[in-house]
Design a protein around this ligand. Structure first.
Ligand code: MRU
Length: 349
C-alpha cells in the first residue's frame, strides 16, 4: 500500500498541509493553510473532507489559531481563540468529528495558564488526534477484515478511505486490511453525485494501491444487487446518533436496496463519529449550492432559473444496518451507549 498524507502539520512553516481533493484525480496538489480563514475555506470547498479528516482539520485548526493570534494578553488571546474555534466548528454542520476535534483541543487549551502553554498544549493535543485517527483506522480495519468472506464484492458509496482520514480509511481501511490479510476483495464504487467522491477519490486511492475497483453510476446499484453482483454494502459515516447513521446522500437509497435484495449492509466508523446525545431531528443536514448539481464539465445541465435541492447527507435507521464496524468491535442495534460513552471518555484530555 502507498500511504497518502491527507492532512498534516508542518512545524517548520507553521501551516496545516492537506491534499487538495477537489483536483483529484487530474492533479495531486497540496494546499498549505497558514490561517484559519484559509482552513475554513478548504473545509467548505471540500479540499479536505470526510468525517475523521475533518476531526483532524478541526483539531489542527485550533492549534493553528493559537499560533496565529498575536495578542500577548492571556484574556484577549483566549477570547480570540474561542471565536476561531467556533468558526472552525461551524464550517460544516453534519459530520460530528469536526466539532469533536475542535472541542477536544479546546478542552486541553483550557488547562493552559499562559499563551505559550496554550500554544504547546493545543499542538500536542491536535497531533494526538491525528495519530489516534491513524491507529484507530488500522484497528477498525482489522476488526472489519475478520468478518469479510475470503472472496467478496463490496459496494461502497462516497469516499470513506485514506483521503477521508489521516490515512488507511474506515470502510476502505476494512478493504485494505482484508486485502493485506490475503482476502480477495473487489470494490464497486458508486460515483456519488454530485461531487463524485466515489468516482474521483475512492477509485483513485484504490487503484493506487492495486486494489480491484470498478465505478458505477449511483443509479445502477439496485440493478447490480438484483443481478447478485454485490455480496456486501460497506459505507462510512459522518455521525451516528441514537437512531440513525448520517452519511453521504445516497447511502439510505443503498440501504433500502440492500434490504430488499437481502444484501448485508455494514457501516464502518470510529467511536469519535458516535453522538450519544442527539437523534436524527437534532442534526442539521448540510444543504450545498445549486452549482454543484447544475453544471457538468463546465456546461449548464439544468435550465437557468430551475431550482435544485442538494442535501449533502441522508440518514439510515440503525435497524437497517447489520453492524457498525468500530475499532472496539462490530456494534449492533440496539447500541450499548453506556459502553460507547465510556470508551469515548477514555480519550478525553
Ligand atoms: O461531503 P463529504 O465528502 O465530506 O462526505 C463524506 C462522506 O459522506 C463519507 O462517506 C464519510 O465522511 C465517511 S468517513 C470515512
Amino acid at each position: 500500500m502507498r500511504p497518502v498524507e491527507t492532512i498534516s502539520w508542518d512545524e517548520a512553516d507553521q501551516v496545516v498541509q492537506l491534499i487538495d481533493q477537489t483536483r483529484l484525480p487530474g492533479a495531486y496538489r497540496n494546499v498549505r493553510c497558514a490561517s484559519v480563514d484559509r482552513l475554513v475555506r478548504a473545509i467548505q470547498r471540500l479540499e479536505v473532507r470526510g468525517a475523521p479528516a475533518l476531526g483532524v482539520a478541526g483539531a489542527l485548526g485550533v492549534a493553528l489559531a493559537a499560533r496565529k493570534i498575536r495578542d500577548k494578553d492571556f484574556h484577549k488571546f483566549s477570547e480570540k481563540l474561542a471565536i476561531e474555534a467556533e468558526r472552525l466548528r461551524s464550517a460544516r454542520p453534519t459530520a460530528v468529528n469536526l466539532s469533536w476535534g475542535v472541542d477536544r483541543v479546546m478542552a486541553r487549551a483550557a488547562k493552559g495558564l499562559s499563551v505559550k502553554e496554550v500554544r504547546e498544549l493545543t499542538l500536542s493535543e491536535a497531533l494526538s488526534v491525528a495519530e489516534e485517527d491513524a491507529r484507530t483506522c488500522h484497528a477498525l480495519g482489522a476488526v472489519g477484515a475478520a468478518i469479510l468472506p475470503g472472496k467478496c464484492t463490496i459496494l461502497t458509496h462516497c469516499n470513506a478511505g485514506a483521503l477521508a482520514c489521516k490515512e488507511w480509511g474506515t470502510a476502505l481501511g476494512v478493504v485494505r486490511s482484508a486485502v493485506e490479510s490475503g482476502k480477495e476483495v473487489r470494490v464497486i464504487a458508486c460515483e456519488t453525485r454530485p461531487l463524485l467522491q466515489g468516482a474521483r477519490l475512492t477509485a483513485w486511492e484504490l487503484q493506487r494501491d492495486g486494489i480491484d475497483v470498478t465505478v458505477i453510476p449511483d443509479s445502477s446499484a439496485a440493478y447490480l444487487m438484483r443481478q447478485g453482483m454485490v455480496d456486501l454494502v460497506l459505507v462510512g459515516a459522518d455521525r451516528v446518533t441514537t437512531d440513525v447513521v448520517f452519511n453521504k446522500i445516497g447511502t439510505y437509497m443503498h440501504a433500502i436496496c440492500a434490504r430488499h435484495h437481502k444484501v448485508p449492509f455494514y457501516v464502518a466508523a470510529p467511536l469519535s463519529t458516535f453522538d450519544p446525545v442527539r437523534t436524527e431531528d437534532d442534526v442539521e443536514v448540510e444543504q450545498r449550492g445549486r452549482e454543484e448539481v447544475a453544471f457538468c464539465g463546465g456546461a449548464e445541465t439544468i435550465p437557468t432559473g430551475v431550482p435544485v435541492i442538494n442535501y449533502g447527507f441522508d440518514a439510515t435507521p440503525l435497524s437497517m444496518i447489520e453492524g457498525i464496524i468500530t475499532e472496539k468491535g462490530v456494534l449492533k442495534a440496539p447500541l450499548d451507549w453506556d459502553f460507547i460513552s465510556r470508551e469515548q471518555n477514555k480519550y478525553s484530555p
